[in-house]
Each structure stands twice: as structure tokens, then as C-alpha cells.
Design a binder for this molecule. Sequence first.
Ligand code: NAD
Length: 699
Amino acid sequence: MPVSSQIVNDIGLIVFSNPPLNPISATAGIPQGIAAELDALEAQPGVKAIVLASDGKMFSAGADISEFDRNAAEVGGPIRALIARLDACRLPLVAAIQGSALGGGLEVALGCDYRVAAKDARFALPEVSLGLIPGAGGTQRLPRLVGAVRGLEWIAAGRTISAAEALEAGLADALTGGDLRAEALAFAESLAAKGRRRPRDLPLNDEGLEEAIAALRARPQNPGLRPAVEAAIAAVAAGQGPDFDQALAEEYRLFDALLVSEPARALRYAFGAERAVARVPGLDPALSAAPIARVAVIGAGTMGIGISLAIVQAGLQARVIDLKPEALERARAQSEATILRNRDRGRVSEAAAAAQIAALSYSSDFADIKGHDLVIEAVFEEMSVKEQVFKTLDRLADPGTILASNTSTLDVDQIAAFTARPEDVVGLHFFSPANLMKLLEVVRGAKTSAQTLATVMGFARQIRKVGVVAGVCDGFIGNRMFEEYLRQAYLLLEEGALPAQVDGAMERWGMAMGPLRTMDLAGQDIGWNIRKRRAIEQPDRPYSRIPDLICEKGWFGQKTGRGYYIYEGAGAKPQTDPEVEAMILAESARLGLTRREISDEEIVERCLYALTNEGARILEEGIAARPLDIDTVWMNGYGFPRFRGGPMFYADRVGLPQVAARMGQFAEGHHGWAWEVAPLILRLTAEGRGFAALNEASK
Ligand code: NAD
């Protein structure tokens, strides 16, 4: 039974269990079960108070998000009904909280009179991060316990509250380092005679609320979360009225409306997709990842430094190997400086910083790769250099050591063929800066073994990255799509737009950074090299010459102080460059193009649908297993807004027939050849389906 009860010294004890996270799931019968046990205990004459507890490490992670795509009444109903039942109980109620009490789980605890918590417990109402607000009384009961200002701040930021802070604020009533259940029972016994103290009956301290609301509105806000923050403000403010139930009804109404809003749908999808990528289709889930403790990183350049930092920041050991002693010295200095800066900013403790520095070691001797579980190569992007390194690794690494390459563009199968153990070779494509970027493309070669794949996916989790499996192709998932996105950005310049308009349109739509500013940040020389190669490989897929003209001037972006924009000093804001604009105009004239007014809408559609179309090809070729893998890559590696859900999800929301029709119109325009609609999109459209169907089919 998921819910059971007993009586201990006249105190009723209800325990629910829905492992491992104890969601208050109606499908699992949790809210109904708790209500039924409450009925039974209340009917017993001798019972003086009731403790509500759960089994396992966590009190409750909240509602079951996978159930949120049902209709609003089904989503909110069961937890709300349970809390109404708690309100109606005649006996005092105490929640016993271990681990975390999140979202709907915390709301259930807020339906109790008191909360006794383990001293390492944590509390949060994180619904805003999913584009929602607490929808089972959280916006009403929490402010009555901790004050309206604090309650609103916690809800609007979805902040995690420590047990000590919860005690100080009045959210928790007692903390214990000992036997939580016994303490909660004793607490209930000591207060039983006082009768009920329902949070709903407490007065609301709303001092300073107006100012807090104004300050919250003035703060920079993720546009996708703004509707939820506004709803949180409205719900907490509704609590100032005289009628609790009316305020509660207002919260329910606001929650139910947000539930079906586009940002909330997308954020829910993003949340699910980022978990689903870890379940690789076709990979036996019973295959357990071999734990990785010691990693050798070959190459002490930009990527080697970032990768080794990510490794030690996750508590593993990293040994960096480079042939050049000066590169090793630079890497050591730069890594230590980063770790010490994190310490000085309070991001890591003194002890943790010291441990990270101690976990880094440096060597110029390849023989030192012995004794490592994983080797990650990050040397120059040249096949001859990779060949030399992988032949050496094959000779010197212990049997069973996984050999990974961080190559961005080279063929992982060819690299694997330099060794006599291609089953142990895999691509691990980190993004720069590798210590900060969440995305890790895990490139599965033709001969990569299932065990190797399972182990590196486990490694991705260990170092807190979002690992997404990709097949071997030029650019893998992310960069291959990025190329089509950039192609449209450049062509838009030729046809009539200017850099600030292209970037502005994409940023207003939600991208963290527009495409041209992104290239200025990354360094235009990288793209230039790729374009030179493409000009030979794909003469039938021409690029605009505009970025090459800028590169020929040596304007590579931020690092040279000039690119599409002028940058005056480190971290300076990009400024319009009249010379660049003149070059763009001259190029249009040279091509005989009459420049036209281009709408923001066209910019957004062209850049995004280019992503969707290439994404569809990537699916057809099996480079990505599911649309959700592609969306996760874009949300975690390219600043694609989570509240839009990724390029494949977004195209579904627009509607694939509409997307295909627009592509058809673009095909009539300048460089229309780039708009040949991917067969997969045509097929899905004809079948009346969307990309979502492919995610479902892979479950
Ligand atoms: P980098 O030039 O900054 O560093 C390369 C390092 O490798 C240098 O320190 C060099 O001394 C060392 N090296 C060269 N040959 C070696 C050898 N035979 N043995 C040992 N060390 C050797 O390059 P980077 O930007 O760090 O890129 C490294 C790899 O990561 C490339 O394959 C690149 O495509 C890939 N990558 C780069 C980025 C990026 O944004 N820079 C992003 C993803 C992947």
C-alpha cells in the first residue's frame, strides 16, 4: 500500500511512499490514500494529533509533472482536495520533513499546522521555473507563515530554502538531527492540547508588499518566466483580501490558466526532454555505467583547461598532458586562478577549492596515461595530429580505458580506426567554456560499444553535464544545424537587414545572443576556416561573402576588438560599425540585389526554420535519435530559450503545415535552393503528425 497509518501513544502516524521521489501522484493513489487514512484516524476516539510523514530520502518532490499535460481540473484537483481535507480535520497536524519538500509536496506540508524537519532538509516552491505558480494554496499559506514579502520572493525566484532559514522564517517549527519521526510524534503530543493552528487562519503580514512588488517588476526577468512571476504577484496580493477561499480560488484560476500557456508547455517539455536524453534508445538500461574516477586530458589549450576544470569541480581527478611545458604552465595558472576566483566569490568553500587544485595534475609524458579510466583528447583539430595521439594512446593506455576525442568536425570513426580498440573510442564534444557549458554531445562511432556509451553517459552525469548522443557526421547535431542558421543570417544581410536588426530580432524572440554577436564572441576565424572547406566540398551550397569580407580585414570579433560590431575594451557593449554596414550595402549592390525592408518576423522564421529543416534531416539520417535530443542540444549549448522548447518543439507549436508552407515561400526567394523541405517534414505533414509523435514513438 502506498499509504499506511498506525497509532503511536495516541498520535496518529500516516506514512506515504511513492519511491524514489514520493510525488503526490493521483495515479499512484497518494492524495486519496492520505485522505482515507485521515478519515480512519479521525474516527478513532483516542487519537489526539496526526503526523504526516513519508518513507525514503525525500519528503516529496511535489506533483508528478508528467501528469501536467492533462486537463487543469485533473492536474490541480487531487492535491487541492487533499489539502481541503487537511483543513477540515479536527485534529492538529504535523508534517515530518526529511530531504526535500518541493512544490506540491511542500503545499501538502503547508496544509498541516506545524512542520518538524531534519536539519539538512530543504524547501522550495519552484513552480515559476516551469512557467507556473504553486497551485494548491502555496501562494496563500506560505506568505501567512513567513510574511508576504518573503513568501513572494521565494515563490517568484523558486528559491531553495535551507532548514535553518525555514526555522528562522517560521516555515519550519522545529529541526532535528536525530530520529525525525520520533521527534515529530513527540512534537505533536506536546501541542495536541492546543488544538488546530491552520496556516489559513493566520493573519497575513503584508508590510512592504507594494515596494517588494515594484522591486520585483524592476528586476531583469527571463521573458518566458514573466507571466508566472506576474501571476505569483497577483496571487500573493489576492491574499491581502478578507476572504481566504476567494484568494485561494484566484490562485487556482491563475495556475490553471498558466498550465496551458505556451511558455509553461515548453518549459515542461524542456524539463522532460533533459531527463529523457539520458535514456538512450536501443541501449540496454540494465547496462550500468562503470564509475569514472581518474581522467587524463590530452592537450592543455582552451578546451583542455575547461574540461579538466569541469572534472575536478565534480570531485574527480584530472591529469592534463601536453607536449609543451609552457602550455602546461599556462593551464595550471589559469585553472588555479579560476578556482580561487570561485572561492573568493563564495561559490566554493576554501576546502573545496583546495581539493580541486589538488585534484589537478600536469605532465608532458604520455606514459602517465596509465591508471586512468578515461582519456579525453583535446589537441589541435588536424587529423594527422589526432592520428599520432590516438596511436600513442592505443599503445600506452591500460586495456579497457575509454579513449575519447573532443573533435568538433573530424570523423570519429576514422579516429577510432587509428587504434586496435575502436569499441573503446567515442567522441565527447564539449562546448566552450567547457567548465560552464552544460551540453556534452556524446558521439557514438560505428564501432563504439554499448558499454562504452553507457559509461560515458554516466560520466556526463557525474560531471553534471547534459549528455546527448549524436551519430558521426560533420558538425554532429548542434554545429551542423548552426551552419544553416548562420547561412540565413548572412543571406538576410545581403538582402536588406543589418547586423543589429538580425541579432535584435533573434534576441527579442528569446535567443540568449543573436547569431552575429555569437560569431563575434566565438571568433570569426573558426567559421571562416569551415567556410573555406565548404566552398570546396559543397560548391552548390554557396554562402554569402559578407562574413569572409569581414574576416579578410582581420576583424574576428571580440578578441580583435572588431567583427560585425566594434568592441571598445573587454566586456564592452557591441557598437554599430559604419564600415561594416557600408561593406554590406556594397555587397548587395555588387550582387545586383535591391535591398528591401525585412521584418523581424521574417528574420525569426528564416533563422528558426533553417534549424528545424536541418534538424529533420539529422533525424532522418539517425544522427539524432529523437526530436527531444535535438531540442536539448539547442537549449543547453546554443542559448535557445527554454520557454520556446527547442527548434523541433517550436515548429510543432507553430504547426508543421504552416512551417512547410513558409519554407515553400522562402524557396521562391534569393538563394531559394536552401529551402528544400526535408522529406521527414513532408511525410509528417501528410500524416497529420508532428515531431512530438516521434518522441512518443521512442518511449
Ligand atoms: P588549442 O589550440 O587551444 O589547444 C590545443 C593544445 O593541444 C595545445 O596546448 C597544444 O600544445 C596541444 N597539443 C597539440 N598537439 C599535441 C600532441 N600531439 N600531444 C599533446 N598535446 C598536443 O585548441 P582548443 O581550442 O582547445 O581545441 C582542442 C580540440 O577541441 C580541437 O579538436 C577542437 O576542434 C575541439 N573543440 C574546440 C572548441 C573551442 O571552442 N575552442 C569547442 C569544442 C571542441
